[in-house]
Design a protein around this ligand. Sequence first.
Ligand code: ATR
Length: 269
Amino acid sequence: MKKWYAVIGDPIAHSMSPFMHDLWFKEHGINATYIPIHAEPAKLEKAFQAMKTLGICGLNVTLPHKSSIIPFLDRLDETAVKMNAVNTVTFEGGKSVGWNTDGDGFVRSLAANPLPENPKILVIGAGGAARGIVFALKRAGFSDVSVANRTYRRAEELAHAAGCTAVTMKEAELALGQYNILIQTTSVGLAKDEGLPLSMEHAAAGSLAADIIYNPLETPFLKAAKEKGCTALNGVGMFVYQGAIAFEKWTGVEPDTEKMIGIITEKLG
Ligand code: ATR
């Protein structure tokens, strides 16, 4: 029988996940489909129970449900516990398990680039996205990680929880040239004509600047980084790899990520 998977969110029409997973199912000859499900917050519990009743095999969870889905799950993986957010649900023997593949997705997309040994990394932002990335970086063995945030207290809290260093935005701006990798995790750049989360004046040529935003493909942060001679990495890779990790958990198959990054980049370009 055909298996089915879904992504649940509000809004959901913009999601590229159905396109991506359906293409991977087709490429690997897996008899399955992946559908977008729109559910307002008040309807999340009923929607989730209905999906279980109808035999869903795997689920992605997107905004605004990443934390509110947690009470309805049977178990959480450590990745989801650390972030208090779930983006992937697997079903094992009828029990639902919540995971978070966002941080590991980012790290895989970063690791696909040539990196110096023991790079000095600056994470800009200390929200939910930054949290997943910082924990995943530490898990992957990156030891020199600093966090800068507009609200310094949040940078301190995250640095304390993850065992890394907090710096103020001003300190980060002045010392920007010392970092090999800059990771932009704030929402600045999502809206049109938005500025930068911090001044890029002192960024070093040859360093790698990564943004988790993938629409637009080039944020003001990446544009400014390129002007300084940095290599720019947009958020398409993170999006594709977070999906690939979920796909592997559901099917045991490792999908072609490089080709998918090309296809999605072209679609968004
Ligand atoms: P997410 O889960 O997407 O990371 P979030 O938890 O609301 O969302 O975090 C948003 C991040 O963007 C925070 O680091 C926030 O900084 P504050 O903690 O100071 O609010 C950052 N951010 C949002 N708008 C910003 C702006 N105009 N300048 C700098 N940082 C900004």
